[in-house]
Design a protein around this ligand. Structure first.
Ligand code: GSH
Length: 224
């Protein structure tokens, strides 16, 4: 059996696809339309009761969810220590610290930026939540800039790992706002990640989704 990934348009399932691609692993993609609320319907909730996309069914039939877990699991299983430093690798601590910083700090802030309406009592506060979220996100970018100053050009020097891939997924979501000028190491790392042969098509898809989602939002049809 093959991996089956529930993901699709506008979702971070792309991170898991990128990990699978870097590892050269085939998978089937089952599209879940989050704009049409498909992730909140009984058929999908039976797979992931939390109602988030992505979910992954492994070749042994196990159902997994939570993107950090999926990407770490696939990378550990299939990259033979390349994408994830082994337990006895001296870089493992710095790697995990960078990875969890992005997942635990930057990601929730970006969620506030993209879904500000979920965090306000009064609609009039939506723009304030969004602009504060962007400020906070740039605070995280400044921290990543410092990490890269210590160890760059990737998070672990010349070695590309999962933390760079995850960083490479999230950063373009604010890069288009033209805010990365003060963070040259972040920009350079992002450009390197984007140039990886296995990943180019995913970044193209991500950019296309960004434009499509902006059009949906302009028509008031984004994710609820
Ligand atoms: N903690 C989950 C969160 C996943 C998540 O937020 N996925 C988004 C798509 S990128 C989603 O399902 N959005 C639907 C919604 O917010 O209603 C994970 O990391 O996998």
């Amino acid at each position: 059996m093959m991996y089956i990934l529930y993901g699709g348009r506008f979702t971070r399932a792309l991170i898991v696809e990128m990990v699978l691609a870097e590892c050269g692993i085939d998978y089937k993609l089952r599209e879940i339309d989050i704009v049409a609320d498909e992730h909140r319907q009984p058929a999908y909730l039976a797979i992931n009761p939390a109602g988030w996309v992505p979910s992954l069914i492994t070749p042994s039939g196990e159902v997994l969810y939570e993107t950090p877990a999926l990407s770490l699991h696939v990378a550990e299983q299939h990259s033979r220590g390349a994408l994830v430093p082994d337990f006895d690798d001296p870089d493992r601590g710095f790697f995990l610290s960078g990875l969890f910083y992005i997942h635990d700090e930057l990601e929730p802030i970006l969620k506030r930026y993209f879904y500000p309406h979920r965090y306000v009592v009064h609609e009039a506060d939506t723009d304030t939540v969004k602009s504060r979220a962007l400020d906070a996100a740039l605070g995280c970018v400044a921290v990543i800039e410092q990490r890269l100053a210590r160890r760059g050009p990737y998070h672990l020097g010349e070695r590309f790992t999962l933390v760079d891939l995850v960083f490479g997924y999230w950063l373009p979501l604010i890069e288009f706002l033209d805010v990365l000028g003060p963070y040259p190491r972040v920009q350079a790392c992002l450009d390197r990640v984007r140039a990886r042969p296995a990943l180019g098509t995913f970044f193209e898809r991500q950019a296309q989704w960004r434009d499509e989602y902006a059009q949906l939002q302009a028509r008031g049809q984004g994710v609820k």
